[in-house]
Design a protein. Sequence first.
Length: 279
Amino acid sequence: MNGTDWASLATNLAVTAATAGMVLLATFAIAVRRGLHRIVDIAWGIAFSAVAAVTWLLSAGHGDDGRRLLVAAATVVWGLRLSAHIAWRSRGHGEDPRYTALLDKAPGSRTWYALRVVHLGQAALVWLISLPVQAASYSSEPLGVLAFCGIAVWALGLGFEAVGDHQLARFKEDPANRGRIMDRGLWSWTRHPNYFGDSLVWWGLYLLACTAWQPALAVLVSPVLMTLLLTVGSGKRLLEKHMADRPGYAAYAARTSGFLPLPPRRDGPRDGRQTAERS
C-alpha cells in the first residue's frame, strides 16, 4: 500500500532535530574560539546535508528507494555547494556586520545570546525547512510526473543560484569593478539571482514530498518559510539596506526586478544622479 509511514517519520524528526542541533553546537564552539560567528553561514548548508544523510539512512525500508535517494542527493548537492561557496567567499574576512549589529543588542552575555539566537535559532530553521526532505523519504509512492517536475524546478534553482554566484565572484575579482554595482548577466534580470535560485530549490524539494494531500499540506511551511526568509527576512531586506547608500545602487534597483527574474526596465535611471533627480 502506498502512503507515508508517519510513525517512522516521527522518530526521524526527533533524530534530525538532534542532528541539526549537534552541527550548530559544534559550529558555536568553533565560532567562540575564533571570535567569528559568521561561520554559522558555512554550517547552514552542512546542517541540511547532515539532516538529509541521516534521513536517508533511517528511512531505509520505509520509503521508495528512488525517492529517498533523489531527495537526499539533491539536498546534499545543494547544501555542500552552498557551504563551499560561502567558505571561499568569506576567507580572510572578519565578522559579518549583520552579526555584529545583532550581538550589540544582546541583553546580557553576547556569547549566550549568540548561542540561543544565531546558532540554535538556525538549527531550528534547518529542521523546519528540511521537512519536505524528511517526509519525501518516508513515502512509499514511486516516482511520478510531479516528482520529476520537482527535480526540474530544483535543477533550475540550483543552476540559477550557482551561475549568479559565479558571475558575482568573477565581477569582484576584476579590480576595474571596485566600487561598482554588479548589473550584468543574471544580475541584470534580478537583484538577487542567488536568493531566487535558493527559493526554487526548496519549492522543487517540496514537490518531491507531494505524494498525497496530507504530506503536501504538512510540509508547505518549508518553502514558504524559506522564501520569506530570503525576501523579507535576513536575506534580501538586510542586504539591500546595507547596499542602499552605495553609488549607483538606487539606479540599479529602479531598473532591475527585486526578486523574480524579469527583463530590465529600459526606461530606468542609469546612475545615482538621475535617481536623485527623479525622486
